[in-house]
Design a protein around this ligand. Structure first.
Ligand code: HEM
Ligand code: HEM
Length: 184
């Protein structure tokens, strides 16, 4: 085996798999857009513009949910890459808690959004191409309750994502370690 092949093979153990990296970056874009549009819509009156943006919001959210259904088994199967230089135990625990929360919120947010729209009898469209089936019974109060969970979940998502980005910047600029290159 040539040196290049050996190097490549070893390097691949220190990086998330191609599929994991693709899912991470596609979902990062989809989720940041869903968050931004959801937040913007919270300040709009019920205009046709809001109607249109909510269609995009719900479509992005349902896309994130569909991709998560693929991502969880891929993560369970591929696990995490090795570290070339081991991280301190506290850093590993913080990363595990942070990533666990991100996974939990990636599941909670679209499911809560789906239940809110479904229980209130509103459409759950996908980019104007089709509507997702509504499996919820009509129950406005329950819809409102889960809507509140969706709203507070969004604030928590902002905080945890802010910490995620701060951690990446810290690894890159302060510790100058391999963290970012594991995901690119
Ligand atoms: C510009 C934005 C982002 C950057 C630079 C970034 C960077 C990274 C990096 C470098 C890792 C690898 C950490 C490690 O080596 O253990 C990672 C993991 C992760 N990121 Fe991001 N990320 C971004 C946005 C997001 C967004 C929007 C989400 C959505 C919730 C997200 C969710 C995750 C999750 C769940 C992991 C753990 C992956 C796993 O172990 O399966 N990231 N991110
Ligand atoms: C990653 C997924 C999602 C994120 C990050 C997200 C985020 C947000 C945010 C930030 C808001 C504004 C805060 C508020 O007033 O509640 C919002 C509102 C809303 N979202 Fe989502 N959302 C997601 C998925 C979904 C999905 C899949 C649906 C429906 C199928 C949905 C339906 C709604 C509705 C109906 C509102 C307005 C609630 C109201 O009128 O009070 N969301 N979302």
């Amino acid at each position: 085996m040539s040196l290049t092949q050996t190097t490549y093979r070893n390097r691949s153990h220190y990086r998330y798999s191609r599929m994991q990296r693709a899912l991470h970056w596609i979902m990062a874009v989809v989720i940041v857009l869903a968050l931004a549009i959801g937040l913007y819509c919270a300040y709009l009156d019920h205009t046709p513009e809001r109607e249109f943006l909510m269609t995009i919001h719900k479509s992005l959210g349902m896309t994130a949910l569909a991709l998560l259904v693929l991502r969880i088994p891929v993560r369970a199967y591929r696990g995490e890459p090795y570290w070339q230089k081991e991280q301190h135990r506290h850093v590993r625990i913080a990363a595990r808690v942070g990533h666990g929360l991100l996974y939990a919120l990636m599941l909670l947010m679209p499911v809560a959004g789906y239940i809110t729209s479904g229980a209130e009898g509103r459409d759950i469209p996908w980019f104007g191409l089709f509507n997702w089936p509504n499996l919820m019974d009509h129950d406005r109060n329950f819809g409102r309750l889960v809507g509140t969970i969706h709203e507070y979940g969004a604030y928590l998502f902002f905080i945890v994502l802010g910490l995620h980005l701060a951690a990446v910047v810290w690894h890159r600029l302060v510790k100058k370690d391999e963290t970012l290159s594991r995901m690119v």
